[in-house]
Design a protein around this ligand. Structure first.
Ligand SMILES: Cc1cc2nc3c(=O)[nH]c(=O)nc-3n(C[C@H](O)[C@H](O)[C@H](O)COP(=O)(O)OP(=O)(O)OC[C@H]3O[C@@H](n4cnc5c(N)ncnc54)[C@H](O)[C@@H]3O)c2cc1C
Length: 414
């Protein structure tokens, strides 16, 4: 064992266990199972998984077999319908070592939530047990060449024709494009473009074309593709929710995925701080350990305190989700924007603290640095979330109690 205490597996954690007080015993058991998997399999293999941008099948099957993916699914279909207070801890734990593994859990929400919420009983029966057990996979197809942040600008059209829906259009940046069996596709109703429609399209449907995997900066292990639909026909039973529900179903899936992205970013931040602090203990310069230099301690101090603050915000958000609070969406925006922007800063500073070693390909921070960027873009960019939050504050302030220091009529006039 070196002097940082790494390599024991039983050493106390750098970040405390205070957030675990939210969990009951079965939830703690699940979290400890995930911790064991991270320690024995997922952590040691994370570098290998990230070597190539190929789907991380081994980790997907492992997390499915161990019931971790099932946390996203209802009990009646073999899932465990876990509370968000548990799921953020699971995702954080995986994100601490491997973005691809964490995204297998957030991806289960993104791609399957609309099926859970809106599929017909027959489709649920047909798909959910397989999606829960890892025998099947779904993808979430919302983004288009001209509709990313401005998602209401999407152009894919869906026409009702007899007992079928007919899909025309294209999608881009679709995670699991090359591996999914089913695609949740959101488009506009051809007869009334103000109404959004979500349908399930199976891989292999006539007229449905999936591009090869598109090369990207990071998040290796979860490849993306573009999709094209030319008069793709699906039966009426593939409709999710009702005609007109497509946008709300997509937002419902994105809400859970945003909470997950925040957890993943915080997990990665925790991992980066653990690595930087270990290096600071081991690395001697100018006659003492790097960790004894005050400038480096101040950097570490900001990183640690800010991550703990963001974790507290995310915990509140998860509790709000579990209670069904009406303001959960704006809290999810806050948690996601704060955690993901912070993660980019933390991994940058952690890499700086580890000097040239951090810049090397075989050192995990190089990968953390590349992976962090995506969390600020996917599931709504930071700028989109700041717009949502700012708009919400202004809207609520019109109804909120005035600060008692303000005299009537004294705001603008004096
Ligand atoms: C690896 C990866 C995986 C993805 N997986 C999926 C998936 O599975 N399914 C899916 O549907 N989509 C997916 N996406 C798409 C993702 O959700 C979009 O990339 C994201 O919503 C941003 O859209 P855009 O890329 O078109 O950026 P744009 O909309 O072109 O925005 C560009 C930038 O403009 C800035 N900006 C945006 N709005 C504002 C504003 N109001 N004010 C100021 N600045 C602003 C932001 O910095 C933003 O990043 C994925 C993307 C990536 C990169």
């Amino acid at each position: 064992m070196n002097k940082t205490g790494t390599g024991t597996g039983t050493a106390s954690r750098l970040f405390g266990e205070h957030f675990l007080h939210d969990l009951n015993q079965p939830e703690l058991d699940m979290l400890h199972k995930v911790r064991d998997l991270v320690e024995s399999r997922i952590g040691p293999n994370a570098h290998k998984v990230a070597e190539k941008d190929e789907f991380a099948w081994d980790n997907f099957h492992l997390l499915a077999k161990e019931g971790v993916i099932a946390t996203a699914f209802p009990n009646e279909y073999g899932g465990t319908d876990a509370r968000q207070v548990l799921r953020i801890r699971i995702i954080e734990e995986l994100g601490r070592v491997c973005s691809a593994s964490a995204s297998l859990i957030t991806g289960a929400d993104l791609s399957c939530r609309a099926i859970v919420a809106g599929a017909t009983p027959q489709m649920k029966e047909q798909l959910l047990p397989g999606l829960r057990s890892g025998k099947l996979q779904a993808a979430f197809a919302l983004t288009e060449p001209e509709a990313g942040s401005d998602v209401r600008g999407l152009k894919t059209s869906i026409r009702q024709e007899g007992g079928e829906f007919v899909v025309n259009g294209s999608k881009k940046f679709i995670t699991r494009g090359t591996t999914a069996d089913w695609f949740m596709v959101v488009g506009r109703l051809e007869a009334d473009a103000s109404r959004f429609v979500a349908v399930l399209v199976p891989r292999g449907a006539a007229g449905f074309d999936i591009s090869p995997e598109v090369e990207k900066l990071g998040w290796y292990g979860v490849p993306i593709s573009s999709l094209r639909f030319e008069n793709v026909r699906v039966p009426a039973g593939n409709l999710l929710g009702k005609v007109g529900d497509g946008f709300e179903l997509a937002q419902d899936a994105l809400l859970r995925a945003r909470i997950g992205h925040a957890a993943m970013a915080l997990g990665r931040s925790i991992g980066a701080i653990e690595i930087a602090a270990a290096y600071m203990n081991d690395r001697t310069l100018f006659g003492k350990a790097l960790g004894e230099h005050q400038g480096a301690q101040w950097m570490l101090s900001d990183m640690f305190s800010q991550v703990e603050a963001a974790r507290a915000l995310l915990s509140v958000t998860a509790q709000k989700y579990d209670r069904g609070d009406t303001d959960v969406a704006v809290y999810a925006s806050m948690a996601k924007q704060q955690a993901t922007d912070l993660c980019m800063k933390v991994v940058t500073d952690a890499l700086q603290l580890t000097g040239g070693r951090g810049y090397m390909k075989d050192f995990p921070l190089e990968r953390f640095f590349r992976d962090a960027k995506l969390n600020q873009i996917g599931e709504g960019s930071s700028e989109v979330h700041k717009t949502v939050i700012g708009r919400d504050v202004i809207r609520r302030s019109t109804r909120a109690q005035r600060n008692p220091t303000l005299r009537e009529g004294s705001l603008v006039a004096y």
